[in-house]
Design a protein around this ligand. Structure first.
Ligand code: SOE
Length: 391
């Protein structure tokens, strides 16, 4: 069976998620399209790199990402770094002929996204952006209902991604609050996941009208290298520095097919942990999903008898997308790990079939163009057209 040698850059939460998925994917999907081999892990900090490589099962480690690019044995470059270095690593990887998996959002700016897309296209390599939530079987089932016309023409939709890990004003100023490193705040970090899902389900966005807000203008400087995602609180004596990105972002969307929607993202919603939801209303029915109950899809059909009409729950299982690899009885329950395992399956399958998967760098670039329009609209306070991809 074909093996694919992986070089992973970064050693945080995502490095762990991807490493578990590389190991687990062939245990779920057999025969696997390719067997990932964890060759080398790189992090700028030597101790962190050494420790992560041992813990996550990599054969070797290093401190310079160019070691991975220059290594002829590496087939896949997996980018799990903060957003500000995605572009330079991805462009170098493409030029070296490596396939690329990049964490979301794709880049800091649309210019970077365009360059990444063009570099990968010119090199003919397979690319994927790690928007894993669309791979939840219930989300794929929603797509199936829509494609089959089961809910008719889509009229409108609403999507949310609500978290509370940074709602406390004393939670630290990680890189996720510094524009130079992250590009945007709640919008890029979590809003783009919902944009990806709704773009996948409903279609391309034409224009947006947005409002963004920064609720906590400064935060305590974080100590240590790892992003603590709110778990390390500053004390009264800790130096505070400004936040220059959005804590909350809400926007209306007009799709190219005429559907209208709203999308909301915040990391300041006390009580909401990973509250990714959508509701889609069509001329013949509705669909609703909540990631906190990720094995369920709520469906309602207008054609039901008046006295029976209402949302029913479909629990995903072997009859549903990815069911052949996941668990054998509906509602045994999948988790975050399974969404990443499925992501790795689709990525390895695309590599072995020499094609682009969804979402590829082209989709990542399209989402950057949407984010750019959202941020521009929040300033102009006007409807703003989403620019087209420059092929
Ligand atoms: C932080 O908000 C975060 O880790 C995001 O960056 C991830 O993409 C999301 O899946 C979980 O929350």
């Amino acid at each position: 069976m074909k093996t694919v040698n992986v070089g992973l850059i970064g050693a945080g939460f995502m490095a762990k998620a991807h490493s578990v998925a590389y190991a687990g994917m062939p245990m779920f999907f057999w025969p696997a399209p390719a067997i990932p081999v964890k060759k080398k892990l790189v992090d700028i900090n030597e101790a962190v790199a050494k420790d992560a490589a041992a813990k996550l099962g990599f054969e070797s480690w290093g401190t310079d990402w160019r070691e991975i690019i220059d290594d002829p044995d590496i087939d896949v470059v997996d980018i799990c770094t903060p957003n500000n270095v995605h572009a330079k690593i991805a462009i170098a990887a493409a030029k070296a002929g490596k396939h690329i998996l990049c964490e979301k959002p794709l880049s800091l700016t649309t210019e970077e996204a365009k360059d990444m897309y063009h570099a990968a296209k010119a090199a003919g390599v397979t690319t994927m952006v790690a928007f894993n939530y669309r791979r939840t079987p219930a989300v794929q089932l929603a797509k199936k209902y829509i494609e089959e016309g089961a809910i008719g023409d889509i009229l409108d939709f609403r999507g949310t991604y609500l978290q509370d890990w940074s709602a406390d004003p004393d939670s630290p100023l990680s890189w996720r609050f510094q524009k130079e490193v992250c590009g945007s705040g709640a919008l890029g970090d979590i809003g783009t996941h919902v944009v990806d899902m709704l773009r996948f389900l409903v279609g391309d966005f034409e224009a947006v009208n947005a409002r963004t807000a920064t609720y906590i203008p400064d935060r305590p400087v974080q100590s240590g290298l790892a992003d603590s995602l709110g778990n390390q609180k500053g004390s009264a004596n800790t130096e505070r520095r400004p936040v220059n990105v959005d804590d909350q972002c809400c926007f209306m969307v007009l799709c190219k097919n005429g559907a209208f929607g709203t999308i909301e993202a915040t990391r300041n919603a006390w009580g909401r942990n990973n509250y990714i939801t959508f509701e889609i209303h069509g001329t013949k029915g509705s669909l609703a999903f909540n990631y906190e109950r990720r094995d369920e899809l709520q469906v309602c059909f207008a054609s039901d008898e008046d006295d029976r009409r209402g949302f029913r729950t479909v629990y995903t299982g072997p009859a549903h997308p990815y069911g052949e690899g996941l668990w054998p009885i509906p509602a045994l329950g999948i988790g975050y790990t399974e969404t990443k395992i499925v992501e790795m399956y689709d990525f390895m399958k695309a590599i072995s079939e020499n094609r682009q998967p969804d979402p590829s760098f082209r989709d990542g670039y399209a989402i950057e163009l949407i984010s750019e329009a959202v941020l521009a609209s929040a300033v102009s306070k006007k409807w703003t057209k989403v620019k087209s991809i420059e092929e």
